[in-house]
Ligand binder design. Structure first.
Ligand SMILES: N[C@@H](CCC(=O)N[C@@H](CS)C(=O)NCC(=O)O)C(=O)O
Length: 202
């Protein structure tokens, strides 16, 4: 049994969208939970088994899986017929894993540092920054149309997501802006928005 713990309009929305694109909405139970929101609303939900009360959290036959990128990798492998992530042995597999890890290891920290205005030589040496993130995305997307070339994948959903939440953070690079528009033009976007709108959580 597969259960996704989800709070509408949060990081777990990306996972709901992925499940939709995998054609697996009937195979995953989506449990709506609350989380503390930045505006002071909401709160930790006792029904959410995530050890820190966060979302997304996937439970598969009693085993919990944390972190969006790990959950997305897990799901694309569980539903390989959808073709949303190259499987072991496929040509772009390493590239795919690299993008999924890069999101958590570098992109989110770099965005948070940019957003807070914090700067420290150790941060810069460890993560680099948004200039480098922009350069990596632009290099891939000049060949495009997707991060893995001709193949649309969960990496596109994940790497585009922060720029969908914070359009002001989007680099002024036409190849990146066009790619975000392509990612957001997928039919699952409207369906996921409608799902979230219908499940408003406190
Ligand atoms: N690195 C985690 C971050 C998860 C996360 O921080 N989720 C937010 C929702 S956008 C959350 O659950 N916040 C509630 C809290 O921090 O208690 C991931 O990508 O899965």
């Amino acid at each position: 049994m597969l259960t996704l713990y989800h709070a509408p309009r949060s990081r777990s929305t990306r996972v709901v969208r992925l499940i939709d694109e995998l054609g697996a909405l009937d195979r995953v139970t989506i449990e709506i939970v609350t989380i503390p929101r930045q505006d002071g609303s909401g709160g930790r939900d006792a029904a959410n088994p995530h050890p820190e009360g966060k979302v997304p959290y996937l439970v598969h036959d009693g085993v919990g899986i944390r972190e969006t990128n790990a959950i997305m990798l897990y799901l694309t492998e569980l539903f390989p017929e959808a073709g949303l992530g190259p499987m072991p042995g496929a040509a772009r597999r390493g590239d795919y894993l690299g993008w999924m890890a890069y999101y958590g290891n570098v992109v989110e920290p770099a965005l948070v540092l940019r957003f807070t205005g914090l700067s420290h030589p150790v941060f810069d040496a460890t993560f680099r920054g948004m200039e480098e993130v922009t350069a990596r995305l632009a290099e891939a997307l000049e060949k495009g149309p997707w991060l893995l070339g001709e193949t649309y994948s969960a990496a596109d959903i994940l790497l585009a997501s922060p720029f969908v939440w914070f359009p002001q953070a989007t680099p002024e690079v036409p190849a990146i802006k066009d790619w975000i528009a392509r990612v957001q033009d997928r039919p699952a976007v409207a369906r996921t928005e409608a799902f979230d709108a219908g499940h408003k959580a406190a």
